[in-house]
Design a protein around this ligand. Structure first.
Ligand code: GLU
Length: 558
């Protein structure tokens, strides 16, 4: 067979050579050890935690080494294209501090290794497919779907490996004339790799190869023997071919991708070999897992788990720094230790390394995210938290925008107890924060809990009236509390909880119950930061008004 002639028959319009492309996309001029990474999302309109998880790895590897991190749009599966997806990807990742140096951007491509959208690279894929055909390493295949199904059925029956390979591929050995007749007849065809792996070797006989994975160490896998499709009938490449051609020409040094790609690694290694190129370093990340309601560990699923979508965190209002900090605890086993030793350090000072990544499933846990977020929020100044909350509320809770009218007031609320010796960790995510501080705003204030059972109903207005009478906004904390104690004693409540515990029959309850009544009247809940401080923030007028309103309400209900 004259492969050169065959290649010209199949690709009459290719006018560049592989050498041309090697010149157009030269080796990058970067310092020794600089890593070039890329994120290759499909424009499906859904960005998920996995994109962010992998994105951090890419971003850290590149930026920690003085390298380049670029964005490539992998839209070879055109059925999944969603309008506006590029903006969604870029904005979605930028929110989490992931910025690209190069690649597809909102204002077009940026960088010398483009085009960065796979559907625009048809000529390039055709050129390299042509090269493989001209060397007898790939061939056109005219099998119909029905013929492929028939091959598969036979294989299933005989318990053989499924696919088009070896003697199962009639077009491997077709003559030029047979192909020419089909092409001239306008028959659609795909281009298949002509694998030199041996399909007759399987199990222990299989020939194997080794490849280093930066996360998993040495991988030992059977070589590929499938004649996989590299160009579809439309001329659009499969993932396998696009990955190999693009990452070679874009001079990627590290391919970070999910472990779902591991099984196709033998295909990619064979493609690199057939094209005469060196594969780059692979970093196959672990699957994101969770413990489900039944206590079972399973993969996060798009269908079942809303927390897989990045939109979920945005809507709840997790600060991006919390999400980043949390993902790093999942990504690198020594991150938490580093954080304890460097509580104030910039997160980017952490030396990220692929060796410290787990290759078993990465366990995703919302409770842990919340815990991490509490610590992260504590490090963010109130003014910055307010800015963040405001942007969040504009989008997700416009009815609460009035809380930003008085920033000084809000700032005191946010900082409540955050600067204490043992700081309070009340702030977790925007939705929860706005709810947590709602009692500071009359329109959002709700009575959420009942008064303590120890206090008889008729005592409540008495306590509140007595409290109002003796209330002096300028009292310091101990003067204030002494007055509550005194009033409680007069009404039959022990001045100290321990007195009540010792002799419960002698008292109605203790001072704690009395102050809980006041707390409930003021805030509608029994748990809150320090009551005296809250009153100082609320101001005298609002404090008195709340108590008065509650007395009136109770009297109405009597
Ligand atoms: N487009 C692929 C995906 O969406 C990217 C895989 C890769 O990074 O190689 O999963």
């Amino acid at each position: 067979m004259d492969y050169e002639k065959l290649a010209n028959l199949l690709f009459p319009n290719v006018n560049k050579t592989p050498e041309d492309y090697e010149i157009i996309y030269p080796e990058r001029d970067l310092p020794q050890g600089a890593k070039v990474t890329r994120l290759g999302p499909s424009p499906t309109g859904f960005i998920h935690l996995g994109n962010l998880y992998g994105g951090y790895v890419d971003e850290r590897l590149a930026h920690q080494s003085g390298g380049v991190f670029f964005l490539r749009i992998e839209d070879t599966d055109d059925k999944r294209y969603v309008e506006g997806a590029l903006d969604l990807i870029i904005d979605g990742l930028e929110f989490y501090d992931i910025r690209f140096d190069e690649g597809a951007s909102k204002s077009g491509d940026c960088g010398a290794y483009g085009d960065y959208t796979q559907s625009h690279r048809g000529e390039i894929y055709a050129c390299f497919a042509k090269k493989l055909v001209s060397e007898g390493k790939a061939y056109p295949c005219f099998l119909s779907e029905e013929e492929i199904s028939a091959i598969r059925e036979g294989q299933v029956e005989r318990k053989e490996a499924i696919g088009v390979y070896g003697d199962y591929s009639p077009w491997r050995k077709a003559s030029y004339e047979e192909v020419e007749a089909k092409v001239n007849g306008g028959e659609p065809f795909v281009i298949r790799l002509l694998s030199t792996g041996n399909p007759n070797q399987s199990g222990d006989d299989a020939k194997r190869f080794q490849v280093e994975d930066a996360i998993r160490g040495t991988l030992d896998m059977p070589v590929n023997f499938l004649d996989v499709v590299i160009l579809k009938t439309t001329g659009i490449p499969t993932y396998h071919f696009a990955h190999v051609v693009d990452d070679h020409l874009m001079r990627t040094t590290h391919v970070v991708r999910g472990e779902e790609w591991l099984p196709s690694l033998p295909i990619h290694v064979e493609l690199f070999e057939k094209l005469g190129w060196e594969p780059m370093t692979y970093c196959h990340t672990a699957q994101l897992m969770k413990i489900d309601e039944n206590g079972n560990k399973r993969k996060l699923s798009k269908r079942k788990d809303p927390e897989l979508s990045l939109g979920y965190y945005r809507e709840k209002g997790y600060h991006p720094a919390s999400v980043k900090e949390y993902l790093l605890t999942v990504l690198n086993s020594d991150f938490e230790e580093w954080r304890i030793a460097n509580p104030e350090a910039d997160i980017d000072d952490f030396q990220f390394s692929t060796e410290k990544m787990s290759s078993a499933g990465a366990l995703f846990d919302m409770d842990k995210l919340n815990d991490v977020s509490k610590d992260v929020m504590l490090r963010i100044p109130a003014a910055e938290i307010i800015d963040f909350l405001e942007k969040w509320a504009e989008e997700f809770k416009p009815e609460a925008m009035h809380i930003f009218d008085d920033k000084e007031y809000l700032s005191k609320i946010i900082d409540l107890g955050r600067n204490d010796q043992k700081p309070r960790k009340d702030l977790v995510y925007a939705q929860q924060i706005v709810d947590f501080i709602s009692y500071f705003f009359d329109d959002m204030f709700k009575r959420e809990e009942e008064y303590p059972a120890e206090v008889p109903a008729e005592d409540i207005p008495v306590i509140l009236k007595g409290y109002l009478e003796s209330y002096d906004h300028s009292d310091d904390q101990s003067q204030w509390f002494d007055k509550i104690r005194e009033m409680g004693s007069g009404l039959g409540y022990a001045a100290k909880p321990k007195d009540y515990k010792k002799d419960p029959d002698n008292y109605k309850g203790h001072v704690g119950h009395v102050s809980t009544v006041i707390r409930l009247a003021l805030m509608g809940r029994s748990q809150s930061p320090d009551l005296w401080t809250i009153q100082q923030i609320l101001g005298e007028e609002k404090t008195r008004a709340r108590i008065q309103e509650e007395i009136a309400r109770l009297e109405r209900n009597l």
